[in-house]
Ligand binder design. Sequence first.
Ligand code: DGL
Length: 270
Amino acid sequence: MDNQQPIGIFDSGVGGLSVLRILEKKLPEENYIYFGDTARAPYGNRSQSEIRRFNLEIGKWLLSCGCKMLLVACHTSTVLGMDAIREETEVPVIGMMEAVLAGAFATDGEGDSPIGFIATSGTVRSGAYQKAFAEKAPERAFYAQDCPDFVPLVEQGIAEGPAVERSIEAYLTPMRDAGVRTLILGCTHYPFLQAAITSFLGPGVRVVDPADALADMVKAYLVAKSMRNEASGSEGGSRRFYCSGDTERFQIVGGLMLGRPIEEAGRRSF
Ligand code: DGL
């Protein structure tokens, strides 16, 4: 395996770009291939068997592109079927739940204040996070809430304004009233709404984007296995973008979310 081989990242759409933007800061020298399954988004209400099939299709394709590591930058895909990819390959496959448990979920200094967790309906329904948190911090109340309007808003390029504020109020008022002090963003689309969420909840609530912990995990792994790309020079590694739907739309919305233009995107459908 060559260290210059890319890291493959995927999500149902533009959400995983919230993970890529953090990776670009912490590991700029790596080469990345990003895939957004925009033709089949949202994933939030799909069955487990569909998600497993999508994971396999996308995972195998990314492996055929020569990826040295795969990042499942989608909580729904992670909890409903990441093992489907792991069974196919020796290449490391890292998902969002590991990131939440490794770092985003810091109990220190927060006493026994309740934890809020927001995600897609599929992730919340799976009960995977509820179970993991109950094992890790049984003494703390844990509120999980699905927010099905958030992903369609972000996929339309809408991250602020009245529609965003209305849905935030509807979903998060019960958590605010319950005294939640930590809110974990359990869907990779949600960090794009972080400013609006923080403004609704106020400064006393820590809003956690698990992408930070994921990037730290990836870095530690690459260092431990001597897999870091040291060949890309000061301008950083390459980025290639693909999606299964309209490429122009992906470039526009993805560029908006990423905060810089996506010059080119290829189409890959399954
Ligand atoms: N961004 C995804 C996640 O983290 C999925 C969103 C969706 O397509 O519903 O769960």
